[in-house]
Design a protein around this ligand. Structure first.
Ligand code: MN
Length: 248
């Protein structure tokens, strides 16, 4: 029996001048070991990615104030909380996509799910938008969209419907599925189609739109449909095409 347990069990001694140093000694030993473990840990935090354009560069489709708050506050918050959750997780050290693929629908994955999803989703969102963009895709992406949806217009209608019909907060996606074909889907909250243990339709996202109110409410208020239509003016199809080529 340890001295500390004996003291508790015996009930004879109360905490005082005699017992305090013993308690102190017992507590001090494991703390030193913990410090060692932390020093050995190779945890490298994920960083908030910088935007490739100014906050106001997507105006009038997305306003500067929304972009600033969205990037500097929301995405920064997801990044910070993702790192905090990851540091305590066995998934530490894995690639971002592998982390998301391993997240399960269980309580001790909740922080990883919400903030890891938030980290990845916003990173992709900034990448697929740019000023002087919009229009229609070309090359292999255009061929793949025509093959999967019949036409670009059919794709656009399905994508917009997926974004409009996502109840509450969430995302709409264009993904490359496991069968190699493109598909449109949506996910609630910060889930995404890489979460194979969670999402109904899974695959690699190559385009995504954030339909959380924080993404549009300052400028569009309740007019989500108008925001979704105008998002098509800032889609960088060249980047989306590169993501299709890179998708496994
Ligand atoms: Mn967002």
């Amino acid at each position: 029996m340890k001295k500390r347990d004996f003291i508790k069990t015996s009930g004879i001694l109360t905490l005082g001048a005699f017992t305090m140093p013993i308690v102190g000694c017992n507590d001090a030993a494991p703390k030193k070991e913990e410090t060692k473990k932390e020093e050995q840990n190779t945890f490298t935090p994920f960083e908030l990615p910088a935007l490739d354009y100014e906050f106001g560069a997507l105006e009038p489709n997305i306003d500067a104030r929304t972009m600033e708050i969205h990037h500097d506050k929301h995405h920064a918050g997801y990044t910070k909380k993702f790192n905090a959750a990851l540091e305590k997780s066995p998934l530490t050290g894995k690639e971002l996509t592998a982390i998301l693929q391993n997240i399960e629908d269980k309580d001790d994955h909740t922080n990883l799910r919400n903030n890891g999803g938030g980290y990845y989703n916003h990173k992709l969102f900034w990448e697929v938008m740019s000023p002087n963009a919009g229009g229609t895709p070309t090359g292999e992406l255009a061929t793949a969209i025509d093959g999967a949806f019949g036409s670009f217009d059919n794709f656009a209608t399905q994508f917009k419907d997926a974004a409009k019909s996502q109840f509450g907060s969430g995302w709409a996606w264009l993904i490359k599925g496991k069968d190699g074909k493109l598909a449109v889907t949506n996910t609630p909250n910060q889930d995404n189609p890489l979460m194979t243990n969670i999402a109904e339709v899974t695959g690699t996202p190559i385009l995504g739109i954030d339909v959380w109110e924080h993404a549009y409410y300052l400028y569009y208020q309740n007019k989500r449909g108008e925001y979704i239509n105008n998002f098509f003016n800032v889609i960088n199809w060249e980047t989306v095409g590169k993501k299709l080529m890179a998708a496994k």
